[in-house]
Design a binder for this molecule. Structure first.
Ligand SMILES: NC(=O)c1ccc[n+]([C@@H]2O[C@H](COP(=O)([O-])OP(=O)(O)OC[C@H]3O[C@@H](n4cnc5c(N)ncnc54)[C@H](OP(=O)(O)O)[C@@H]3O)[C@@H](O)[C@H]2O)c1
Length: 306
């Protein structure tokens, strides 16, 4: 009797799995039988995730690829490391995200929210494109409902959607300028760019069986939310956390998009947790999407042969 070759596992790439919701997403995808790869700027921070996966799921189920996703070469090298080992990717969860209270540029000269909360997701999707096509993958972009409402306190007034001026889309260095910088608006704008580029990529890739969706996970008790609590309220962080979703509850919305059979083939949508929801009108402007895509692809593609 000839030995059967070991089955090739389904492969999931999850960014930002050193903590918060990404850690839960990575663990649950491993539990569902997938081989998980995470990108971490400090790989040792993924040690406890690795230990948990080894303990609860099995050994050799997690690869940790080093990569600072605020840097263009970090994104490019991370994608190259994935492709060096796997020719097909079946799930990509662009979960890493950050909120910065000060205006600063990345080493590549773009504002940091644009780098981490938009370009990292777009770049990984772009650079992994052929592997995603081979895997007929589901791409899930973890964004934020700040795209629809940038008020930090929602009790008063009408929702204020994030804004993007179409004439800034031809130059990434003009997005989120220092002049008039509002951190929460800058974060929301970067997430809106991720939604917008995702709509365009979803249309382009659907013929290859790849789906691209965005999701707001809900307000969950993680580090990013701690960062958003005003200094005066920091002593009450523990109390505030008790009113928020747990990371497990938050992660469930992205997991559903990643693996629920009922959502196979669904693409080009934004989900407010589990509810299919519209985003601001500018995000559906096809000319603006194309301009954004052209500018963002240019940012990554010249460096592709590295
Ligand atoms: N929590 C909420 O209420 C909420 C609401 C709406 C949307 N979101 C979104 O949900 C996603 C997950 O966030 P979370 O709430 O779980 O927050 P979190 O606990 O702060 O996790 C963020 C993850 O992103 C990683 N990351 C940040 N900057 C990075 C970089 N330059 N390179 C590589 N990795 C980087 C972090 O890694 P390190 O360990 O290296 O820091 C961490 O693993 C984010 O996209 C966030 O915007 C969260």
């Amino acid at each position: 009797m000839t030995a059967q070759p070991a089955p090739v596992p389904q492969v999931a790439v999850v960014t930002g799995a050193t903590g918060g919701m990404g850690r839960v997403i990575a663990l649950e995808l491993a539990r569902s039988g997938m081989h998980v790869i995470t990108v971490a700027r400090e790989p040792r921070r993924a040690d406890s995730l690795r230990e948990q996966i080894e303990r609860e799921v099995g050994t050799g189920r997690l690869d940790v690829v080093p990569g600072d996703l605020s840097r263009r070469d970090g994104v490019i090298d991370a994608a190259a490391a994935v492709l060096a080992r796997w020719s097909a990717v079946h799930v990509l969860v662009n979960n890493a995200g950050a909120h910065f209270s000060e205006h600063r540029l990345s080493p590549d000269g773009v504002e940091r929210h644009i780098a981490v909360d938009y370009l990292a997701a777009h770049g990984l999707t772009l650079l992994l494109r052929e592997a995603l096509e081979r895997g007929r993958a589901r791409v899930v972009n973890v964004v934020s409902d700040t795209v629809r409402d940038t008020r930090q306190v929602k009790l008063l007034g009408r929702p204020r959607p994030a804004t993007i001026s179409a004439d800034q889309l031809s130059d990434l260095t003009r997005l989120n300028p220092a002049d008039g910088f509002v951190p929460f608006h800058a974060y929301a704008r970067a997430k809106l760019l991720t939604v917008m580029a995702g709509y365009d990529l979803g249309r382009t890739l659907q013929h290859q069986g790849v789906t691209v969706n965005a999701v707001h996970p809900g307000i969950a008790a993680t580090n990013i939310v701690d960062d958003l609590v005003p200094p005066a309220l920091r002593p009450f962080r523990g109390l505030i956390r008790r009113f928020l979703l747990t990371p497990e509850q938050g992660a469930s919305a992205a997991l559903r998009l990643a693996i629920d059979p009922a959502l196979a083939g669904v693409t080009g949508r934004y989900f407010l947790r589990d509810v299919d929801t519209r985003t601001p009108p500018v995000s559906y402007d096809v000319d603006a999407q194309r301009q954004l895509r052209a500018t963002s692809d240019r940012y990554f593609l010249p460096a592709r042969p590295r």
